[in-house]
Design a protein around this ligand. Structure first.
Ligand code: CA
Ligand code: CA
Length: 246
């Protein structure tokens, strides 16, 4: 699984969905699918890079018992659908049973520019006593086949732009104000850097931005807010193209 994160912020977070499915062996005379009554599992991660912040059971019903623990190097979960046995679940197709949320450990991604790869690994040693990965079928525990997951964290850096240069040409002038009016009100072409069009830097692109540019060029209005007149990146700014930095 690939996860993009803000390379300037040096922090990544993502959610990993865990699925269970049953292999269809009915051709060899085995019953398929089987009703299951619960499961338990433990999933480890590299605690020098990641911490698990939450796990949430995502079964299509509320289980009578669903309790987990989060450790520095992984998490465990035990689920019993129904104490009375009235609720079962057949994994005749892959069903997502839990979603785990992860965040990078502070400082772990500092200076990273390329991809950072890490594994989520099934682990029968987490907890005390350790929680084993099993699926309960007809009151008995079956040990499933585990597929580990690989997470690739990819730094994405913000694109520098000049505020006010909404049309993405060589600078900021009256043509940017006209571009804004045409885009906002006359069905004119759209740019790919809303942050550059946000000339007054208030976080939205609106009529006031067109007026800001026009007043600055033709009257005594203030110049566009930073980044201006030098280009710069703004963390989280919605700007896809480098052409907004002349
Ligand atoms: Ca321009
Ligand atoms: Ca604005």
């Amino acid at each position: 699984m690939a996860v993009n994160y803000d390379g300037n912020a040096e922090e990544a977070s993502f959610s990993a969905g865990i699925e269970i499915s049953e292999v269809d062996l009915s051709a060899s005379g085995t019953v398929f699918p089987n009703d299951t009554q619960g499961f338990s599992m433990g999933l480890g991660h590299d605690n020098s890079l990641l911490e698990c912040t939450n796990t949430e059971v995502t079964l299509p019903f509320d289980a009578d018992f669903a309790e987990g623990q989060i450790y520095s190097g992984g998490w465990t979960l035990g689920v019993v659908y129904s104490f009375s046995g009235g609720q079962t679940l057949a994994f005749d197709g892959a069903i997502e049973v839990v979603v785990a949320d992860y965040s990078s450990v502070a400082g772990a991604l500092s200076g990273a520019t390329g991809p950072t790869t890490t594994d989520l690994t099934w682990d029968n040693t987490l907890g005390s006593p350790p929680v084993e990965g099993v699926v309960v079928v007809n009151g008995g525990s079956l040990t499933p086949t585990f597929d580990d997951g690989t997470i690739t964290l990819q730094a994405v850096f913000d694109t520098p732009f000049m505020r006010g240069n909404c049309n993405g040409n060589s600078g900021v002038d009256i043509s940017d104000g006209i571009w804004m009016l045409q885009e906002l009100y006359l069905g004119g072409p759209s740019g790919t850097c809303a942050a550059a069009c946000d000339a007054n830097g208030d976080g939205t692109y609106s009529l006031t931005d067109a007026m800001h540019v026009i007043y600055w060029r033709l009257l005594d209005g203030p110049a566009p807010t930073a980044p201006f007149p030098e280009c710069d990146a703004v963390v989280g700014a919605d700007c896809d193209a480098a052409s907004y930095c002349p």
